[in-house]
Design a protein around this ligand. Sequence first.
Ligand code: TXA
Ligand code: MG
Length: 379
Amino acid sequence: LPPTTSIPSSLTLAATALTTSTASSFTTPVAFPTETVYGLGADATSSAAVKGIYAAKGRPSDNPLIVHVCDLSMLQSYCNPLPDIYQELIANFWPGPLTILLPVPTSGQKLLAPEVTAGLQTFGVRMPDSALARTLIKLVGKPLAAPSANASTRPSPTKAVHVLEDLEGRIELILDGGDCAVGVESTVVDGLCDPPVVLRPGGVGIEEIRRVKGWEGVVKGYKDKSEVGEGDRPRAPGMKYKHYSPRARVVLFEGHKTVEVGEEIKGQEGGKKVGIIRTGRWESLVGEEERVDSDEGEEGGFTVRQGAVRDKEGKEVATVLDVDLGQDVKGVAHGLFAALRELDRLEADVIFVEGVSDGDDIAAAVMNRLRKAASEIRV
Ligand code: TXA
Ligand code: MG
């Protein structure tokens, strides 16, 4: 920070809450904004502090956390020298939505709490492109371990209010930095193996990574597509643990295949409130004037409109809640988690989502999250 910049008191308060006092084993994790999603942070060098994250989220402790640093000199206390393979990647993408794996620090270096890495020999680290996040880390003076600040299995939070929805009563502080610009989590890469691997698609596209020296042969180390049924066969639900899931059942239509809402409704048990998330080609089912009272304004990236689906006799068979995320895939990424959460808040029973064309850009992250959120996929 330039010396003349005054630090808002909320930041000072958050930094104090994150600073472990040696006299007490109690610290509270703090939710803070990053450019990807909100994180739930704690001092990455303190076991007691990191345990507080797992407790607040209800997260299984075998899933390692990402460490966040404010600058390279902080990182070098935990890994020095940085492996050559990462030099250009860091130069290109930090600060930003890219997480790299490094060997866990051993004696002679500063140490991380073992709970951060869940027993692995590597730790994931990134430098966020959010001035608020970096200032917080700088004030704490220690790296912050932070998973996404959602309750385990829920969509990641891209607004402070999403964190409140999930973690109210479980944490003490949320720093509100407005909407997260990117909207999906960081890309996780491992350059310690040959060839290097993308472990999770995210804000930085694999096509951008491939342009960096040493990363031309990077491979995808995650699977989502192969789990999709062949032909028109829907994938069996519940094959893996739920993730990124709203309460409503999510049905994903890959490749812009259109949904016949009327037909779908007839075949559906129970509730009749249908959420639709469109990403460019599906026609709206609702007139322009029928806007619902929604928390989202245009500035949130989308509006929700409500309408009725009628049968041939004109009888209303369902209510439709229509969200248009637009054609630009970055805009889709930005609004995706908020749209899933907003349709939950409006009590949709089922959400039909129009997939985006899978690509080597942020579209890969969008489809990866949707495939994990969906209990049914139509190819
Ligand atoms: O954008 C993001 O990365 C956000 C913000 C808050 O920075 N954080 C985030 O954290 O998404 P989380 O905990 O929800 O996801 C971390 C991912 C998990 O898929 C985890 O398995 C992986 O990173 N990961 C972390 N450390 C790892 C390691 N040592 N080896 C392999 N995977 C690791
Ligand atoms: Mg997460």
